[in-house]
Design a protein around this ligand. Structure first.
Ligand code: NI
Length: 174
């Protein structure tokens, strides 16, 4: 296993639409293990493959108790409802946190590491993490979803001060 380099805001790879995962090969399993180690190393609660330069529809998320990690292949939101606003951060945009309004609950269909289909109904933080990570698979970052005034302020701040490389160690980075 290896800790992978997390790409930072501005890297064009973060804006690409990732390709579906086909057969679960040994290579895919190795990448999942690396992503899990990377997520723990960065003290994140979720990580999407494009964040480590792998353009595949693959995410890892901490489980509800925060004790283990679940890998989801080809995750898709098939149902959603309600509305909730909460602060988000992103391992790819260290030091930046802002409130984002998303669905309050989601149903996600995906495959597990053995290629078996599964469905997850999530609310609260877990619903937020899933929406944030699935956005990464489409090249969407959380700052795209904040209100325009805040987004403008964030972009100007990044341009002026750059990203705080030491600021990724925040329990709420995705
Ligand atoms: Ni993120």
């Amino acid at each position: 296993m290896a800790v992978l380099k997390v790409l930072r805001y501005g890297d064009p790879a973060l804006r690409r639409r990732a390709a579906p995962v086909g057969e679960v090969t040994a290579d895919i399993r190795a990448r999942i293990a690396d992503m899990t180690e990377t997520m723990y190393g960065e003290v994140g609660i979720g990580l999407a493959a494009p964040q480590v330069g792998i353009s595949l529809r693959l995410i890892v998320v901490a489980d509800e108790e925060g004790r283990g990690v679940q890998a989801l292949l080809n995750p898709a939101i098939v149902d959603r409802g309600g509305e909730a606003t909460g602060e988000e951060g992103c391992l790819s945009i260290p030091g930046v946190f802002a409130p984002v309004t998303r669905a309050a609950w989601v149903t996600v269909e995906a495959q597990d590491v053995n290629g078996r289909p599964l469905a997850i109904r999530a609310t609260g933080l877990r619903a937020r993490v899933l929406q944030h990570e699935i956005d990464h698979l489409d090249g969407v970052l959380f700052i795209d979803r904040v209100d325009p005034v805040t987004r403008d302020r964030i972009k100007r701040k990044i341009k002026k001060e750059g990203l705080r490389e030491d600021a990724s160690r925040h329990a709420f980075a995705l």
